[in-house]
Design a protein around this ligand. Sequence first.
Ligand code: NAP
Length: 359
Amino acid sequence: MTQENAQQINLLNIAGNNAGNKIQINHGNSGQSDSDNDAQNDAENKIRDVIIAGSGPAGYTAAIYLGRAGYKPLVIAGALTPGGQLVNTTEVENYPGFPDGVMGPDLMDSMQKQAEKFGAEIVFDDVVSVDFGDGSDAGALKTVTCDQGEVYQAPAIVVTTGSNVRKLGVPGEKEYSGKGVSYCATCDGFFFRGKPIVVVGGGDSAFTDAEFLTRFGSSVTLIHRREEFRAAKILVERAKANDKMSFILDSVVDKISGENGSAKSATVRNVKTGETTEVPAAGVFVAIGNTPATEFLNGALELDEKGYIKVDGASTRTSLPGVFAAGDVVDSVYRQAVSAAGMGCRAALDAQEYLDSIK
Ligand code: NAP
């Protein structure tokens, strides 16, 4: 018997012994019809030893560790942007091990391959709801439901769903989304060759995006609501030295206007003087941060006041036993690819300890 088979059987036993489970596993042939058996087999096929929801650096690192530990993690990687935020980034210069930098999508592709090499199964779907129970039953199966209707169960869950882009919430943003308004410079920059571009934000993303967009735009104007930037000094200095870039500070975008169905300009208001200016903008790239992706939890786990999942001290244990969380969905402070990867490693070790304890 392989280690993998042994674990699968242990876990099915765990499932079968739990009174509070939502499905009952029956290994014997007890006179059931073929269709009963088919339904049962299907249910068993949807039981995994551990499910990882999310596929950024935290999710794939957790998968690599759990895979190497002999488990067979299921990674529900997301339908739209598997790999997370780094897939929408250009060059990453601060991920250790890459002295010449690495393209965000290439880094995530490598992480995915590494997770698969150690046995992770990856599905490209979104978790839309969960039933984690009330935590009273050690080792109980937790249920996750995906957008395509698939339902999976496991005694251990690692939540690494990261965060969603924050929107400006101004008139014209929705209307011109995909017609000038974009949240992904690497995806859409190419469409604005020779045209004026506006980038909104003052963090690392806004500066990384703006620098990338100077390859395409006739001009790139960075609009930021304060005078000081949150971005790393090296990025700010590079941007200031770039002839194509200009800055409008202490200012916010109040409205995005268009012509013939495409964005044409942004109405920009100085927050100190109240003065408004119409800034030409065929492309408006919004890079004002993210909000934790926790809606699908629907109250299943305790969140902090900003909506991030609460964990127990330096561990990745959430408010429910057997459910762990890592990366940007937990971390409102550091939010780096490498810190998310480190936390994914901790989540895997915490999940392993839990799985061992319920055998
Ligand atoms: P961020 O650091 O949270 O910065 C968001 C920026 O948007 C801030 O300047 C903020 O202004 C501004 N902002 C927020 N809400 C706004 C609103 N409603 N209207 C106008 N402006 C608004 O987000 P980020 O730049 O996406 O970075 C997220 C994390 O990823 C950070 O930890 C960053 O270091 C990391 N990251 C790293 C790299 C890299 O190393 N290559 C690249 C990208 C991102 P205030 O400053 O006034 O709050």
